[in-house]
Design a protein around this ligand. Sequence first.
Ligand SMILES: [Zn+2]
Ligand SMILES: [Zn+2]
Length: 250
Amino acid sequence: MSSNDEPRLLYNLWAKEAAVNSLPRPLCNCLDPQYAKKKWSELKLHAEVQDTDCSGWLRLLELIDEAASDRREEFSPGRHMTPEQWAQITTLPASIAKLKAVKHFILYGSSLVRIPPEIGEMSCLEQFTPYTSYRLHWFPYEITRCKNLKRSTVSTRALYGNHKYRPPFPRLPQLLDACTTGNCSVCGSPFGDSRPMQYWVSLRVAADVLPLLVYTCSIECRSKIPKPPENYVPLPHHGGMNLNQPKASW
Ligand SMILES: [Zn+2]
Ligand SMILES: [Zn+2]
């Protein structure tokens, strides 16, 4: 690249980010009462089902395959999709498990409502940037398997139980089959015919304390869930309106 190309390239990048930001993308009102000091009512997990025939999804599968085969260290799929395609993405495919070389995963401005547990298999992950993904209210417990994950940029006000406003956690169980690989989040054993138990737990992941959804196979695995930091519900719990959370800090 000649140095003359650089400003144009930077401009293109800027224009693309600006386009992503100005596109009307699906938003939600789940956590709105925290800003208006309104009364909370029982929350539900987002149940949106991914349209797997849309061009955005097909493009995403292609981009993941490409990034896996060229062993990319930084992966930012939204940059290589049209804003319309990026807005069609509500979850990620299980094939993110193939992204073994990715150190920085950028999901800036996404319309995601959940991240699948396979993120735990992205073993080189050091930095995670889902910033301004306002419908992401929780993360899978499996993200704690990314042992090199040191930096994150999460929109914390979009999170269940965030320390500023303490929005409620949806009561569990919910969407029992939708957010699991079919394996225990703690020991990795398949559930088979037994019914998994779902819990919420707030744990520090890189820079932030995140609400994590755990699927456990047994009381023993539940007891292996680490202790949450000070100022969060001290044990794994089932959420709901009666849950006693520490006071909001805003
Ligand atoms: Zn929501
Ligand atoms: Zn287990």
